[in-house]
Design a protein around this ligand. Structure first.
Ligand code: FMN
Length: 157
């Protein structure tokens, strides 16, 4: 299996960590928070780096963006990007993943896939109405995450 690592920040409800665990299980990847692994070490040890978090104010968490910015240039490395969010990701119109993908592509990473799904959101006034997307990510979301990771394994085999 290709040496893989996942860097995940999942502070709000632990939603993205659920997705990270499924992807990590399929890829045989260890999971770290952004502060727990040095980006240079990540490049030295792993061929595939997965980066994911909840979407906060329209983008990945700043610690995930900062991790990507600190990665050295790497022309022979792969990356995947994932997230959970209150509202669906809309390609082109409101693509939450774009800032992160722009950074990674700019450093030479080959982006092998993106995964996103809805996540339970209790932010701010939503708490007053019991939140949004209760129960997400659910079994179907996690099945989709599993298939996503299996497809990547096949792609890189
Ligand atoms: C401070 C904050 C800001 C958020 N901003 C957005 C947003 O801009 N767009 C969106 O779709 N969801 C937004 N959400 C909802 C989260 O993306 C969603 O609940 C996500 O699943 C949280 O992931 P986590 O539990 O892994 O942290 C926000 C949540 C919080 C707490």
């Amino acid at each position: 299996m290709i040496p893989s690592v996942i860097i995940c920040y999942s502070a709000h409800m632990g939603n993205t960590l659920k997705v990270a665990r499924v992807i990590g299980e399929v890829l045989g990847a260890e999971i770290y928070r952004p502060g727990e692994l040095d980006p240079r070490e990540a490049i030295e040890k792993y061929c595939l780096i997965g980066l994911g978090s909840g979407i906060y104010y329209g983008r990945h968490h700043p610690s995930i963006i900062a991790f990507a910015e600190r990665l050295p240039e790497a022309r022979d490395r792969y990356a995947l990007v994932f997230s959970t969010s209150g509202l669906p990701k809309i390609p082109i119109l409101h693509d939450y993943h774009k800032p992160l993908i722009t950074i990674l592509s700019g450093k030479g990473f080959r982006i092998v896939g993106e995964f996103s799904c809805r996540g339970y959101n209790l932010h701010g006034a939503l708490r007053l109405i019991g939140g949004m997307n209760r129960g997400r990510p659910d079994v179907r979301d996690l099945k989709r995450a599993r298939r996503f990771a299996e497809d990547i394994l096949r792609k890189l085999a």
